[in-house]
Design a protein around this ligand. Structure first.
Ligand code: HBI
Ligand code: FE
Length: 288
């Protein structure tokens, strides 16, 4: 890795995509002391903005998780501080990684109750859009729910399912489950529809859109429907799947033998996210 310059305000940005110092499992040290004032400022800005949206748009378990883990706006969290509380809550840990890591290691971490969090944070001109996960997305979006026992158990089951999917050459099918739940999931609550997916909660625009826009379809969660359904990576989703509870998410995933579904769907064309099926449990029909 390049030397760490001690820039007065930004500190170093060389952590982004720095894969030179990874261990075999793709983890690195967080090196919290190397974040500069500018990095903490980006965290503060994003945290203030996104946490203000949680009360109205986020699943209550997300705000509860942030609170429980002692995560606040002040500065980029120290992973070891969070780990002390997280492991007491659910047995999970977060581990520092340079960014996206290969599937094999990603699934191994989840199966072992470790969530990989990128160590680099976006720059001030990137607050609204990033093509790859940074610390803010990984942390704010994913970590709070790891303090929820049932969601945490689901994530471990997903990691184990991922390991099996690799053997079937079916990761691209299983990844749709992750996309439509962990990244872009909605949940029905007494207070109405709320977001729990990290891709939604780490985006200002999509947090409002996912809940309030008349454009996208919103359909009841169904695993075998989800793993047949394409998703878009270049804009807000046209389709969201809605769970009734985290128990539903866990039970459906844990109780499903994916192998026969992989066989069945392997040769079939994917369903477009714009397409509704007669058997869908329609919650809202999109108007676009
Ligand atoms: N690596 N750090 C990181 N974060 C991810 O979400 C991630 C990854 N590697 C692979 C991956 N996701 C996907 O292949 C799976 O969700 C299927
Ligand atoms: Fe993510």
């Amino acid at each position: 890795m390049a030397e760490i310059p001690s820039a007065p305000t930004r500190g170093t940005l060389s952590l982004r995509g720095a894969y030179g110092q990874t261990r075999a499992d793709y983890t690195v040290e967080q090196r919290w002391d190397e974040y500069g004032a500018g990095h903490h400022e980006v965290w503060r800005t994003l945290f203030a903005r996104q946490s203000a949206l949680l009360a109205r748009y986020g699943a209550p378990e997300v705000a509860a998780g942030l609170e429980h883990l002692g995560v606040g706006a002040q500065h980029i969290p120290r992973f070891e501080d969070v780990n002390a509380r997280l492991s007491a809550a659910t047995g999970w840990q977060i581990v520092a990684v340079p960014g996206l890591i290969p599937e094999e290691q990603f699934f191994s971490h989840l199966a072992a109750c470790r969530f990989p969090v990128s160590v680099w944070i976006r720059e001030p001109h990137e607050l609204d859009y990033l093509a790859e996960p940074d610390l803010f997305h990984d942390f704010f979006g994913h970590v709070p729910l790891l303090a929820h026992p049932v969601f945490a158990r689901f994530m471990q089951a997903y990691g184990q399912a991922g390991q099996k999917a690799r053997l079937h050459g079916a990761v691209s099918l299983l990844a749709r489950l992750y996309w439509y739940s962990v990244e872009f999931g909605l949940i029905r609550t007494a207070g109405g529809l709320k977001a729990y997916g990290a891709g939604i909660l780490s985006s200002k625009g999509e947090t409002v859109y996912a809940i309030e826009s008349p454009e996208p379809h919103r359909v009841g969660f169904d695993i075998s429907r989800i793993i047949r359904t394409d998703y878009r990576i270049d804009g807000y989703q046209r389709l969201y799947f809605v769970i009734d509870s985290f128990e539903q998410l866990f039970q459906a995933s844990y109780g499903t033998d994916f192998a026969p579904l992989y066989e069945l769907f392997a040769g079939q064309a994917a369903i477009s996210p714009e397409t509704l099926l007669p058997e869908d449990q329609l919650i809202t029909r999109g108007n676009v």
